[in-house]
Structure formats: C-alpha cells, structure tokens
Design a protein around this ligand. Structure first.
Ligand code: NAD
Length: 275
C-alpha cells in the first residue's frame, strides 16, 4: 500500500490519504465503500450525522480486510454533546459500524452557543481510556475552542478536522494546531467542487507539467504540506484517480503558486454559527 502514515500525538498512526463519505447515500454506501476498499483505501471518514455508518460497517465486514489494517473515524453530532449523551451516541455509532473500536472519534463541531464541548471532550477522554476509541480529536475547532480544551482538559486532541483547500487554508488555526502537536485533517480538500480550482493556472499548469489531473495536483499539495485528506467520490474511476498520487512530486514553486490561491472562501458555515 503506497499511502504514507503520520504519527499522532498519542503514538498511533494514521494513513495520510483516506476516503470520506459525506453525502454518500446510505443505500449506496456498501457499494461505494466496497469500491474504495478495492481501490486500496484503508482509512474511512464517516460521522453519525451522515446516516451511513451501517453501510460503512457492512463494507468493512464484507471486505475481509484485517481490522488492524483499517483506520475508521466517526464523529459525535452536536445535539449529543454532554456526558451520558456522548457515551450513548458513541455506543450507537460502534453498533452501527459493527466494530469493537474506532481508530478516531471526533467532536463534529464546537457548537459554542451550547457551551457543551468541554463536557463532551471529557466524555471522549473516558471513551479513549476504555480503548474503544484509539484516538480522539475535534473538528471545526477554531483557536479559542482549542485553547479552552488545552486549558480545561487533560488530553490534547490528536487531530482537528477543518475545512481546508487552496481557497480557504485557515492559517491561524493550522499554525496553532501544529504548534500544539495536533495533526490537521483537511475536509473538503477539493473545495467540494464549489470553486473553479481545477481551472486555476497554478493547478492546471502543474497538472499538465506532471501528466496528472488537477484533482491529483490538489491532493498532492495537501499531502506535501502534511495534511491528512479523504476526498470523496461516488465514482470508482475518480476514487482510483484520487488514490494515484504517489508517483510525482510538486516543486516548491508549484506548491507556492497553489498556496497563493487563498481567498478566504469557505464552502460551509462559520464554526461559531453551527449548532
Ligand atoms: P471534497 O472536496 O472531497 O469534494 C468532493 C466532490 O469533489 C465530489 O462530490 C466530486 O464532485 C468532486 N470530485 C472528487 N474527486 C474528483 C476528481 N478526481 N475530479 C473531479 N472532481 C472530483 O469534499 P467533501 O466530500 O465534502 O470532503 C471530503 C470528506 O471530508 C467528506 O466526505 C467527509 O468525510 C469530510 N467532511 C467533514 C466535514 C466536517 O464538518 N468535519 C465537513 C465536510 C466534509
């Protein structure tokens, strides 16, 4: 398997390239995740709110791939933040996935208006202690949210999964996370197709120069910057394309030209406004 692994701050390793299943139809999840596993993906990113954990679990079970070779992430939805509610939500996710443990369990959004994410994090610390989540982390956390966790709880999140693509790079939160040993997972790594990223000369030019596709160039940009990514596609040909990114390397000027595409354009809501 060509995918490099990164080491998390708790000593566990994570495949740097995975497959995300946001908006994957629950009725098609078995087929789509089975295709992804056949293509070679071993890291699957799902969430309770995606409604497709059962399909992910079916695909994992059908694959016959050893559990130790798989890396599975799921996430606690906002309305389950709290202590007992987080324990219950986690049990439900494990049950749907048909797993004895997940590799990574995340708080999906800080939802600061509810002021429950510190309590939820303490519940995740307990879940980690039980061994049923090997690693725990957060998603969509901004610097003030991370600062509060660092000040008020014991375990530093292993990752922060944030919207990150060339048009929206979140340099403050990324720098803060890296300085504190928190790996960055980039969601929407291709900008969810909502930006004409692939037509940008910096991307299209590098693609032509290397004989690769624009999507492969953007994925390569993430990998070379140290981001963990799990691009999503329902199409097996694109799954294979997005996985075929280990036979070329972008030069420093090519990376810089893509980084210069920052335009502070997020595809999703501001994390302070999601409840
Ligand atoms: P993405 O940037 O991976 O974009 C997916 C879209 O890009 C696809 O629907 C497809 O239209 C297009 N695409 C994929 N491969 C392509 C290719 N080779 N060529 C051309 N177009 C291609 O967006 P995403 O799915 O939102 O993000 C990836 C994963 O991140 C999700 O599946 C999910 O696991 C995670 N995520 C997490 C959060 C969060 O709040 N934590 C939010 C959104 C997504």
């Amino acid at each position: 398997n060509p995918v490099p692994t990164l080491t998390l701050n708790d000593g566990h390793t994570i495949p740097q390239l995975g497959f995300g299943v946001f908006k994957v139809d629950p009725n098609e999840t078995l087929r789509i995740v089975s295709d992804a596993l056949e293509v070679g993906y071993r890291h699957i990113d799902t969430a309770a709110i995606y409604g497709n954990e059962a399909g992910v679990g079916d695909a994992l079970a059908n694959s016959g791939i050893a559990r130790s070779e798989l890396f599975v992430t799921t996430k606690l939805w906002n309305d389950r933040q709290g202590t007992q509610s987080a324990f219950d939500a986690f049990d439900e996710s494990l049950e749907k996935l048909g797993l004895e443990y997940v590799d990574l369990y995340l708080i999906h959004w800080p939802a600061p208006a509810n002021d429950k994410y510190v309590e939820a994090w303490k519940a995740l610390e307990k879940i980690r202690e039980s061994g049923r989540a090997r690693s725990i982390g957060v998603s969509n956390f901004l610097v003030p949210h991370l600062e509060r966790l660092l000040a008020e709880t014991d375990v530093v999140p292993a990752v922060n999964q944030i919207e990150l693509h060339p048009a929206h790079q979140q340099p403050e939160v990324t720098a803060f996370a890296r300085a504190n040993g928190i790996q960055i997972e980039a969601w929407g790594p291709l900008g969810q197709g909502k930006y004409p990223l692939f037509d940008e000369p910096a991307v299209a030019g590098a693609a032509a120069a290397h004989g690769k596709s624009p999507a492969q160039v953007v994925i390569r940009w993430h990998l070379q910057l140290g981001n963990i990514v799990f691009p999503k596609s329902d199409k097996r040909s694109r799954m294979a394309e997005n996985f075929d990114v280990f036979d070329f390397e972008l030069s420093a000027p090519e990376l810089a030209a893509i980084t210069a595409l920052e335009s502070a354009g997020r595809v999703s809501a501001h994390p302070d406004e999601v409840n």
